[in-house]
Design a protein around this ligand. Structure first.
Ligand SMILES: Nc1ncnc2c1ncn2[C@@H]1O[C@H](COP(=O)(O)OP(=O)(O)OP(=O)(O)O)[C@@H](O)[C@H]1O
Ligand SMILES: [Mg+2]
Length: 178
């Protein structure tokens, strides 16, 4: 939730965040942190009967945006995504999109996105963040966000052996405080 809030404060229109992790890893909780930072009123729960929910939100500078929260857990066939307007969700001109269970979409992913993988082991949670995609400008900004999140964590982990290499991707762990 705290990491989500710290992240949410730095997102901009057009950003897409993919939340990867097992059942109960904490994806929705992180999405709730993002929603709180974007001043969303009311509870953000994973949509139960639909794949997507939309909320009125605001960036820290008060710009009104939409928050799109997708949970693809129940998606059985990526082809179903056509019918929910998925293309627009992964290129949100007027807002920010957060997607749980993005692996259900197969290879149909946004052009450039922030990928957060939550590893869950008992009470401990560990996040890996990477900026993935082809848009170098967006990717660079997302990497800046990742660096800022690392800086905000109380005990920044040592850089992984791969950091700074690997075709512009950046990885790093951020401990997930409650
Ligand atoms: N950082 C955290 N610290 C402590 N508890 C957490 C944290 N994140 C999530 N939880 C708790 O873990 C449980 C599962 O969290 P959550 O619903 O966010 O997981 P999820 O990854 O969205 O699961 P699902 O795949 O079922 O949608 C909740 O009870 C939540 O309160
Ligand atoms: Mg969830």
């Amino acid at each position: 939730m705290q990491v989500g809030a710290a992240l949410g404060r730095q997102l901009q229109r057009g950003d897409v965040v993919l939340l990867h992790g097992d059942l109960g890893a904490g994806k929705t909780t992180l999405a709730q942190g993002i929603a709180a930072a974007l001043d969303v009123a009311g509870p953000v729960q994973s949509p139960t009967f639909t794949l997507a929910a939309e909320y009125d939100a605001r960036l820290p500078d008060s710009t009104p945006v939409r928050l799109y929260h997708l949970d693809l857990y129940r998606l059985t066939d990526p082809a179903e995504l056509e019918s929910i307007g998925y293309e627009e969700y992964i290129t949100p001109p007027d807002g920010v999109t957060v997607i749980e269970w993005p692996e259900r979409a197969g290879h149909w992913l946004p052009e450039t996105y922030l990928l957060i993988t939550i590893a869950h082991d008992g009470a401990a949670r560990r996040l890996s963040l990477s900026a993935v995609g082809v848009d170098a400008i967006v990717q660079e900004r997302l990497q800046g966000i990742i660096a800022a999140l690392r800086g905000e964590s109380p005990h920044p982990p040592a850089p992984s052996p791969n950091s700074g290499r690997g075709g512009g991707r950046e990885r790093g762990g951020v401990p997930a405080p409650g």
